[in-house]
Design a protein around this ligand. Structure first.
Ligand code: FAD
Length: 342
């Protein structure tokens, strides 16, 4: 019988973030489908009471916490010590945690310390014939594998965005605090602050329902023999401002900056979707001025509804990659769409 430990760190305000609530849903579902399993929550942060209360009605039989100023910041040494203590206290055989950068940094080390194994980028956890299974994508999201492990404890880092976030009512939870005495060496690293791009330069929004993808066509010569890159930039930014959509790009477009061509200044390689780019998760996607070639559309694997605007009726989108293809001038279409949105 599995002893399931849901593991989470708090956000700066003491609450559990969306990624943690998604992992909590997954852990809860595993517990529900594993008769005889036990289910505990292990929480780390400056203070963990608010986080425990947030998930109090979620079915965990026990709440364990490691708290204090030393555990407020993301730091390998203190996080690893806290997680190790929680796993040992819970005697966990399965540890389900959100795949945040904080946990991605330390859970492999903890698994090694306590003789377990870790798997990252998990997109599904299930129980088949009484055995725990995990899903993960391979070969740049082209193939999905379902696998089991006999090794325990088994650490599973759940990819944010892959599960529905738990939405139960808050309640009151009694947290059993675990004391972790950190040696001075575990306190050497301090987080001195965060550097974020300006709010209006932040075009990547993982939680947006819609992804807008810009292709190289936006910077190509148009019917009048001229390029219209500044107009393209304005159309795209106006659309993003009005819809709060996330912005993706084709490789050809982001590569142009490296080749000294006219570019859209708000795009970087981080926006690139595809085989050598990102595979974001959004309900809908709209591709503009992009050919929809295979290495690009690999990145659309987790976009549920796909539409494209291209001048080329024979492009990859027309060959089965899009649900709807508008064979049209994206400058004209997006100008009209922005007008309607305004
Ligand atoms: C190993 C490998 C890995 C790769 N990985 C990736 C990857 O991760 N991501 C990626 O994107 N690509 C990747 N590629 C490149 C990919 O194959 C394509 O070359 C690239 O995606 C093409 O970008 P594009 O469609 O923006 O540009 P283009 O192929 O130049 O297409 C531009 C399109 O814009 C259209 N257009 C022009 N003007 C307008 C207008 N006014 N209105 C509407 N449409 C217009 C044109 O008709 C054309 O279809 C990879 C390639 C290889 C070999």
């Amino acid at each position: 019988m599995e002893t399931i430990l849901f593991l989470a760190h708090t956000e700066p305000d003491g609450s559990l973030g969306k990624a943690a609530l998604e992992a909590f849903s997954a852990a809860q579902a595993v517990h529900a489908s594993s008769p005889g399993s036990t289910f505990a929550a292990g929480l780390i942060g400056a203070s963990v009471q608010a986080a425990a209360s947030q998930i109090a009605s979620g079915g965990a039989a026990k709440f364990l916490g490691v708290a204090g100023e030393d555990f407020n910041q993301a730091r390998y040494a203190s996080d690893a010590a806290a997680v190790e203590a929680l796993c040992r206290a819970a005697q966990a055989s399965v540890v389900i945690a959100p795949g945040t950068s904080r946990f991605a940094r330390c859970l492999a080390g903890v698994a090694q310390r306590i003789g377990g194994l870790v798997d990252t980028h998990i997109t599904g956890i299930g129980v088949q014939q009484g055995s725990l299974t995990a899903n993960r994508w391979y070969y740049r999201q082209r193939m999905e594998g379902v696998f089991q492990r006999t090794a325990r404890p088994w650490f599973l880092l759940v990819d944010p965005g892959s599960q529905a976030a738990w939405q139960g009512a808050a309640g009151t939870a009694a947290v059993e605090m675990i004391a972790v005495l950190l040696p001075e060496a575990a306190r050497r690293t301090t987080v001195s602050g965060y550097h974020s791009s300006a709010a209006n330069a932040q075009t990547i929004r993982p939680d947006a329902p819609l992804l807008l993808v810009a292709g190289a066509g936006w910077t190509k010569k148009q019917a009048d023999g001229q390029t219209h890159t500044p107009e393209a930039g304005t159309l795209i930014l106006n659309f993003l401002n009005r819809t709060r959509a996330s912005l993706g790009s084709s490789k050809s477009l982001v590569d142009q900056s490296g080749e000294g061509q006219a570019v859209l200044p708000f795009l970087s390689h981080l926006n690139q979707i595809g085989q050598t780019g990102a595979t974001p998760r959004h309900q809908k996607g709209l591709s503009t001025c992009c050919h929809g070639e295979e290495p690009h559309t690999v990145g659309w694997r987790f976009i549920n509804e796909r539409r494209a605007i291209s001048l080329d009726p024979n492009c990859g989108w027309a060959r089965g990659k899009a649900d709807v293809l508008y064979v049209a001038d994206a400058f004209a279409v997006m100008a009209k769409v922005n007008e309607l949105l305004a």
